[in-house]
Design a protein around this ligand. Structure first.
Ligand SMILES: Cc1ncc(COP(=O)(O)O)c(C=O)c1O
Length: 410
């Protein structure tokens, strides 16, 4: 397997950004560029032949690549190799965890039906819980979050203690994809474990930026995905503690311990492992570097737009190093996004579009923001390719862009 430690190979280069007419890519939480070492490994592997389930030598070679990749990923995230279940990404891993663990629990005696989660989860969890509520007798229990979006272990304990035997599972994300709030996952998992309740966490946003460990938290299941770490889109994993047996969502050839059928995507899995290995080696240094750039970005935005409100936790342990999320009073987030896009700056709004109408961010609403604040928000997310020039590019135009968006909204 290719090693990745040579050189500090960020992507894209300033030349590549200039060629794509992009002066700043500040949307790493949506997807981050592939690391060159991961791209090279994937490209090499695409030229190889073999289904890892085949018994001949080409199949055995492919199997070896998969198992070496599994070992690297397991080691990076405090799991045993047998606890890594490859999936097609974060959405599938969340579905397997939430639906599969719910189904496994409701097949057991007593039929616990309550699913404890937060209203700030990614839709991959949120909509699974809603689906189970509408189609399968689940009772959703939305744990209240504070103004920063964090849920306290005491809140979880109180919700469980109302009726511990009725709780099927708990699912709380490690770090929020919009506002970057980091949850006290080890403490929350401990509360669930005291009652022998399965605990799942969507660690998609945390896995590239924070030390994430299945073993150290004692969680039952963690979701990760490659394309937020510098690997390709379309591959991820559920880290599933030994003994946990979710009911499969996909049935077929019985791959991945019968938990997730489907032929394994060997090139993507190999690139995923290389990205994880590279990101893990660099994580501590990168977190510092990216947090410093993020702090400068916050300072530049506040200097240009003094009434901009930073949503979420204060920079520090309670916030992802690469996240800055603002509400701009008197603006529509979509208008801001398009004005920035026209100036070569890519970022994101938290709002979703339903039938052509922008909806306010469900995350900000759950944190107690009013509709106007939830609609007029933008997320800037930084990552391994971010440099000072990109932060300065945003700083040089954000004041004028907010002015224009305010005039348009009047
Ligand atoms: C927190 C979170 N969970 C799940 C997902 C879905 O992952 P994937 O795109 O691999 O399906 C995302 C992607 O945006 C995410 O941010």
């Amino acid at each position: 397997m290719s090693n990745t430690s040579a050189g500090h190979d960020r992507a894209p280069t300033p030349e590549a950004r200039a060629a794509s007419a992009l002066s700043a890519y500040l949307d790493h939480a949506a997807t981050t560029p592939m690391l060159p070492a991961a791209l090279a490994a994937m490209t090499e592997e695409l030229a190889q032949l073999g289904n890892p389930s085949s018994l001949h030598s080409a199949g055995r070679r492919a199997r070896r690549v998969v198992e070496e990749s599994r070992e690297l990923i397991a080691e990076a995230y405090g799991a045993r190799p047998s606890e890594v279940i490859f999936t097609s990404g974060g959405t599938e891993a969340d579905n397997l965890a939430v639906k599969g663990m719910y189904w496994a629990r409701t097949a057991a005696d007593g039929r616990p039906r309550r699913v404890l989660t937060t209203a700030t989860e990614h839709h991959a969890v949120l909509d699974c819980v809603r689906w189970l509520t509408e189609h399968d007798g689940a009772v959703a229990c939305w744990l209240p979050v504070g103004q920063t979006g964090a849920v306290s272990p005491q809140t979880l304990a109180a919700a469980i203690e109302q009726d511990p035997a009725s709780v099927a599972l708990v699912s709380v994300m490690w770090a929020n994809n919009e506002v970057g709030t980091v949850q006290p996952i080890a403490e929350l998992a401990e509360v669930a474990a005291e009652h022998q309740i399965p605990f799942h966490s969507d660690a998609v946003q945390a896995a590239g930026q924070l030390p994430v460990s299945l073993r150290a938290t004692g969680a039952t299941a963690l979701t990760i995905t490659a394309h937020k770490i510098g690997g390709p889109v379309g591959v991820g994993a559920l880290l599933l503690a030994r003994g946990a047996q979710p009911v499969p969502v996909l049935h077929g050839g019985g791959q991945e311990r019968d938990v997730r059928s489907g032929t394994l995507d060997v090139p993507a899995i190999r690139a995923f492992a290389v990205a994880v290995q590279t990101a893990t080696e660099r994580r501590a240094d990168e977190a510092k570097r990216v947090a410093a750039l993020r702090d400068d970005l916050i300072a530049q935005v506040k200097a240009a737009v003094p009434d901009a409100i930073l949503n979420g936790a204060a920079p520090g342990r309670g916030r992802l190093p690469g996240n800055a999320h603002f509400s701009f009073p008197g603006c529509e987030g979509d208008a801001l996004l398009m004005l920035l896009d026209a100036r070569g700056i890519a970022c994101s709004t938290g709002s979703a579009c339903t039938a052509g109408v922008a909806q306010p961010s469900h995350v900000l609403l759950a944190m107690g923001a009013d509709e106007a604040r939830a609609r007029g928000s933008l997320r800037f997310s930084l990552g391994h390719s971010t440099d000072q020039a990109e932060v300065d590019a945003l700083g040089s135009v954000i004041g004028e862009v907010v002015e224009r968006a305010r005039r348009a909204a009047r």
